[in-house]
Design a protein around this ligand. Structure first.
Ligand SMILES: Nc1ncnc2c1ncn2[C@@H]1O[C@H](COP(=O)(O)OP(=O)(O)OP(=O)(O)O)[C@@H](O)[C@H]1O
Ligand SMILES: [Mg+2]
Ligand SMILES: [Zn+2]
Length: 439
């Protein structure tokens, strides 16, 4: 570098101009070893070209997407989506149907939006609210569904959201997650699906039962989400960037984003039962929803849920009004849990079998053993959620002991193993024997 009137000067390797350097920003790229340098102006130009290129790229990508909508529609008929979900989710047929139709209609609405003038008619979206007990497959169903989608999909835990100004994430995070799921393609994000999990956790603390207790945090989150669901532009800063007035923001229009919310809504069945009782009082139908031991049958009740029950639970009426599709999931029965253990593509028993197969071990569960697992899970009242833990508990010793020998073996888990933690039956088998053969 030449010194001249106290000013450093250097030649830009790119535009070959002699640049006066007053701060490092005048020559942001400079390698003292080779003398290679690029000046501020050149970097700005290059940056401009890149932005323009990315924009063009995004536009052509979107055009490609619009052109492929017919194909997407053809391969995402509701029955096809449901068949896909059937491979992973046991029971919950009605919920699977509702979601399949919701996704298919979402694609159709998108096509309509691209091919028709909005002023003629706008096909309104049908946001979905899913409710069902803990561990019945709500989150799992959406996770599997997302693998099938040709549009961005993002799950946000509603319980992690707080009203602006409180410690935690603002509601905009839900849209930001979608934006990143869309690889920062705004137009794609604007046609995506947002799943708000644990939605019941933002209910006013005790719903209508106890309106004296103020609960500004949750009510505020609901107000924020409402604004988002009503459509309109949501503004947020890039990930990791602190929110301050000058921070550049990204704007996403939520008008066409499909919202699916889900939660366990613990205790909703009691609200439903209470309503049914008063609805029917005097005509004597109230007894219909009771069993012998006077306990409401959850699966009978849950399908009778009405918007007013959700409002009673503590969701503001305006939000309920934005969630026209109510999707109820059932409490899983012992029979369902038995199936979940072995039937889904990713069933836990299959997973253990694969794991042990790597040790040349054939793993078998006796039917009574599986039944014992299901019974244990029913006792724990967390649906299919506890199956995994119960199995893990039983399998630990086996997974510890088995790799100590290379001998091909067969391990048989009995009912006694599950109930009393006894050792499973272990029998040697011959190497090439895929069929079991005891010696
Ligand atoms: N109907 C089902 N079919 C197959 N697997 C299921 C089903 N329901 C639950 N599972 C399994 O049980 C586990 C827990 O289910 P999931 O996370 O979907 O529960 P959830 O309904 O979201 O409950 P929560 O309200 O507590 O969040 C998952 O690993 C899932 O694979
Ligand atoms: Mg869940
Ligand atoms: Zn230059």
């Amino acid at each position: 570098m030449k010194k001249n009137n106290n000013d450093l000067q250097h030649v830009c390797s790119f535009c070959k101009r002699n640049i006066t350097i007053r701060s490092q920003y005048d020559m942001p790229i400079y390698d003292p070893q080779t003398g290679f340098a690029i000046c501020k102006n050149c970097i700005k130009d290059i940056y401009g070209y890149i932005v323009e290129h990315d924009k063009r790229d995004e536009k052509s990508q979107n055009r490609k997407f619009v052109n492929s909508l017919d194909d997407i529609l053809a391969k995402n008929k509701p029955h096809v989506i449901k068949e896909f979900l059937d491979q992973y989710i046991i029971n919950q047929d009605r919920a699977k149907k509702i979601l399949s139709v919701a996704v298919y209609n979402h694609y159709k609405r998108m096509k309509y939006g691209y091919t028709h003038d909005k002023r003629d008619m706008n096909i309104e979206k049908s946001n979905v609210i899913m409710l069902g007990p803990s561990g019945c497959g709500k989150t799992a169903m959406l996770q599997h569904l997302s693998k099938l989608l040709d549009i961005p999909f993002a799950v946000t835990d509603a319980s992690s959201l707080t009203e602006a100004g409180f410690v935690g994430s603002d509601v905009e995070v839900a849209v930001r997650n979608l934006y990143y799921a869309a690889d920062k393609n705004i137009e794609k994000a604007e046609h995506g699906i947002i799943y708000l999990d644990e939605f019941d956790k933002i209910a006013r603390k005790s719903g209508a039962n106890n309106s004296i207790t103020a609960d500004p945090g949750h009510e505020g989150v609901q107000q924020g989400l409402l604004k988002m669901m009503e459509g309109g532009v949501v503004e947020f800063t890039a990930q990791g960037q602190r929110k301050h007035p000058e921070a550049p923001t990204i704007k996403v229009d939520t008008t066409n984003i499909l919202f699916i919310v889900g939660g366990a809504f613990v205790g909703i069945e009691e609200i439903i039962a209470k309503r049914l009782k008063t609805d029917n009082s005097g005509i004597g139908f109230g007894a219909n929803v009771k069993t012998k031991n006077d306990k409401p049958v959850f699966n009978d009740l849950i399908h009778k849920v009405r918007p007013e029950d959700l409002i009673k639970f503590g969701i503001i009426p305006e939000i309920i009004g934005r969630l026209p599709v109510i999707c109820t999931l059932e409490e899983l029965t012992e029979d369902d849990l038995l199936k979940i253990l072995t039937e889904p593509k990713n069933a836990p028993v299959r997973q253990y079998q694969e794991l042990l197969a790597m040790d040349k071990v054939k793993l078998e569960f006796e039917h009574d053993a599986l039944l014992a697992v299901a019974k244990k899970a029913i006792e724990r009242k967390t649906g299919a959620r506890s199956l995994r833990g119960i199995l893990e508990d039983v399998m630990l010793d086996i997974m510890y002991e088995i790799p100590q020998s290379d001998e091909p073996r067969k391990v048989i888990i009995t009912k006694d193993c599950i109930e009393n933690h006894t050792q499973p039956k272990i029998e040697p088998i011959s190497t090439n024997d895929t069929q079991t053969k005891s010696e």
